[in-house]
Design a protein around this ligand. Structure first.
Ligand SMILES: [Zn+2]
Length: 87
């Protein structure tokens, strides 16, 4: 199905971004690790998770609703302030 295919492409694109640590504001999407229960913004210096344990969310709020907690290194739920400060 077309929709399933689109989701798969989105996952792969997000996964590649995670692997390459391409920085991205958390408001544009975060990744979470099922085994640790923590979510990070892209570009976080933390150890890369296993692909099978990784899920992606559109926003930090959705990740929190799913039961994940924000990473203490990259602070994906507070990054908005520091980023907007740069403008
Ligand atoms: Zn992190």
């Amino acid at each position: 199905m077309l929709q399933t295919r689109n989701i798969h492409i989105a996952f792969e694109a997000s996964w590649q971004r995670l692997l390459q640590r391409v920085p991205q504001p958390a408001t544009h999407g975060v990744y979470a690790v099922k085994t640790t229960g923590i979510f990070c913004q892209f570009g976080c210096p933390s150890r890369r998770p296993k692909k099978i344990n990784t899920v992606f969310f559109a926003t930090p709020a959705i990740a929190e609703q799913a039961g994940f907690r924000p990473c203490k290194r990259c602070l994906p739920n507070t990054v908005k302030k520091s980023l907007s400060h740069l403008d």
